[in-house]
Design a protein around this ligand. Structure first.
Ligand code: PLP
Length: 465
C-alpha cells in the first residue's frame, strides 16, 4: 500500500537530488528572499487531505515550487539577516540517510552505532570548548531546546528550590527567558540586567543581585552569560561571571548558540575565553558549523547533572538496559524517540576535515572585519559595532536628527527587502535603529558583501531624494 517499487524510489530520489543541486547552483543569481501573503498561500495550498494519491513527481514538484520556494534563502551568499547558515551537502545527505535508515537514537539497544557517533561528536565539541573529561551532552533540535536542558539541570543541581532566580542581560536571547519560564522561574525572578554601551553584562552587578536575592529568601539558580549576543555578537565578561558563579556557587550557563564555534579559530578562541568554565553551554551546529536545521547541542560540565535531571526508568523500556558502559541518550533529555542529528556533523567533518571548517569560520570573521572597515570609511554609512561576525551600522549622511535617521534606515531596509539582491535585518543598539549583517556563510565572498553595502549606500541616496 505504502511501499514503492525500487525503480520508482530511485527515480524520485534522483529527481529530488537534481532539484536541490540546481537550486544550489542558481542561488547566487536568485533573490535572497521569496514569500507571499497569507491569503495567497491559503488560496493556493489549503485543501482537505486527498483520498486518492497523485503522481509522486507532481507532488515533489509542487512542494518545491509552491511551498519550499516561499522562503528566505538562509544559504544565499548575500543572506545576512538574523543568523543564517549554509549547510554542507554531506550534512544534507546525512539527514536523508538518517531518515532512510529509520534511526531512533533513543537507546543503545535501538541505535548503538548512532549512539556511539553522537558520543564522538559531543566529545569533539567538549574538547573544542575546553570542558574536562566527565563532561558530556546531547544533540537537540536547536539552541532553545539545548538551553532548556541546561536550565533543568541547573534547577535540579540547585536542589529544585522553591523560589529560583535566573540572571541574564538585556542582550540575552529570548530562548534564555523562555527556558527560565519553562523550568518554573517566575517572570519576576528572571533578572534581566542592564549592559554597558557595548552590550556586555557587568559581573559585579550580577554578584550584587545574587547577594540581594539570597538575603530576600530566593535561591539564585543560574547565571547566563553570552558568547555572542544575538544583536551584536558581543561576548559577556565570561571569566568574571565564572568567578562570581564559583564564589556564589551558582550554576554558570553560557549561551554560545550563535558564537560558540568561533572557538575553532584563534581570534574566536580569544574572544570566548572563560567559556570553558561553564557548567553548561548551548551551541548550534545549524549556525556556524554549517549544518541543516535542526542541529543544536547542550554540553554540561558533569554529565551526571543531565542524567540526574532527566533519567526515568520505565517498565516498557526495561529491555533497553542492554550492554554495559554506554549511555541511553534518551536519559539525557526530553525526547525519547529522537532522530540522528549527530550524523550530519560527523559526515560533513569527516568529508571536509577541520581545516576547511576553520577556514570557513575564519572567512566569516574576516568579511565582517572588512565590512566594518568599509562602513567606517564610507561617507554615507556609520559603523556602530562589529564583533564575532556581526556588523551593525546605519545610513548616516550627517546633520540629521535621530528620528529622521531611524526613519531613513527603516526605509532603506524595506527597499533592500523588496529589491531582493541581498537580505539584511535590523536591531536596536542603545535605542538606535541599526542595520545588521551576520556573515557566517562559507560561500559568501567579499564581492557579495561589498555589493550589498554599495546597494545600501545607493538606496540611501534614493530614499533621501
Ligand atoms: C539562535 C540563537 C538561540 C536560539 O537557538 P535556536 O537554535 O534558534 O533554538 C539562542 N541564543 C542565541 C545567541 C542564538 O543566536
Amino acid at each position: 500500500m505504502l511501499q514503492m517499487a525500487p525503480e520508482t524510489m530511485r527515480d524520485l530520489a534522483h529527481h529530488v537530488a537534481d532539484i536541490l543541486i540546481e537550486r544550489s547552483g542558481r542561488l547566487p543569481d536568485e533573490r535572497a528572499w521569496e514569500g507571499d501573503f497569507k491569503e495567497a498561500l491559503a488560496h493556493q495550498l489549503d485543501e482537505e487531505a486527498p483520498e486518492s494519491g497523485r503522481p509522486a513527481r507532481d507532488v515533489i514538484d509542487r512542494a518545491a515550487r509552491d511551498v519550499l520556494n516561499n522562503t528566505l534563502r538562509l544559504d544565499h551568499p548575500r543572506s545576512f539577516g538574523f543568523v543564517p547558515t549554509c549547510p554542507t551537502w554531506p550534512g544534507v545527505l546525512a539527514d536523508f540517510m538518517a531518515s532512510g535508515f529509520n534511526v531512533n537514537a533513543a537507546t543503545w539497544l535501538t541505535a548503538s552505532g548512532p549512539s556511539q557517533i553522537e558520543a564522538v561528536v559531543v566529545g569533539w565539541f567538549r574538547r573544542w570548548f575546553g570542558l574536562p573529561e566527565g563532561a558530556g551532552g546531547l544533540m537537540t533540535s536547536g539552541g532553545s531546546s539545548a538551553a532548556l536542558h541546561a536550565f533543568v539541570a541547573a534547577r535540579e543541581a540547585a536542589g529544585n528550590p522553591e523560589r529560583p532566580v535566573a540572571y541574564m542581560s538585556n542582550q540575552s536571547h529570548s530562548a534564555q527567558i523562555r527556558a527560565a519560564r519553562i523550568v518554573g522561574i517566575s517572570p519576576d525572578l528572571i533578572r534581566v540586567l542592564p549592559t554597558d554601551r557595548s552590550g556586555r553584562i557587568d559581573a559585579g552587578q550580577v554578584a550584587e543581585a545574587i547577594v540581594a536575592d539570597r538575603s530576600a529568601g530566593y535561591t539564585p539558580t543560574v547565571v547566563c552569560g553570552n558568547a555572542g549576543t544575538p544583536s551584536r555578537g558581543e561576548v559577556d565578561p565570561l571569566p568574571a561571571l565564572a568567578d562570581v558563579c564559583a564564589a556564589e556557587r551558582v550554576w554558570f550557563h553560557v549561551d554560545a548558540a550563535y558564537g560558540g564555534f568561533a572557538v575553532l579559530v584563534p581570534r574566536g578562541a580569544q574572544a570566548l575565553e572563560g567559556m570553558e568554565r561553564a557548567d553548561s553551554i548551548n551551541v548550534d551546529p545549524h549556525k556556524w558549523l554549517f549544518q541543516p536545521y535542526e542541529a543544536g547541542c547542550v554540553l554540561v560540565r558533569d554529565i551526571a547533572t543531565l542524567e540526574r535531571a532527566f533519567s526515568i526508568q520505565h517498565d516498557v523500556l526495561q529491555d533497553s538496559v542492554w550492554g554495559a558502559k554506554h549511555a541511553n541518550l534518551a536519559d539525557y533529555g526530553i525526547q525519547l524517540s529522537r532522530g540522528f542529528r549527530a550524523l550530519k556533523v560527523w559526515m560533513s567533518i569527516q568529508t571536509f576535515g577541520m581545516a576547511a571548517f576553520r577556514a570557513a569560520i575564519g572567512n566569516g570573521l574576516e568579511l565582517a572585519a572588512r565590512s566594518a572597515d568599509y562602513a567606517r570609511k564610507s561617507q554615507k554609512l556609520e559603523l556602530v559595532s562589529e564583533s564575532l561576525g556581526i556588523v551593525c551600522f546605519r545610513v548616516n549622511p550627517g546633520g540629521l536628527d535621530e528620528d529622521t535617521l531611524a526613519d531613513m534606515n527603516q526605509k532603506v531596509l524595506a527597499r533592500i527587502f523588496w529589491d531582493g539582491r541581498a537580505f539584511l535585518s535590523s536591531t536596536m543598539v542603545n535605542k538606535r535603529f541599526v542595520l545588521r549583517l551576520c556573515i557566517v556563510n562559507h560561500n559568501t565572498t567579499w564581492d557579495d558583501v561589498r555589493e550589498t553595502l554599495e546597494a545600501v549606500e545607493q538606496l540611501a541616496v534614493d530614499v533621501s531624494e
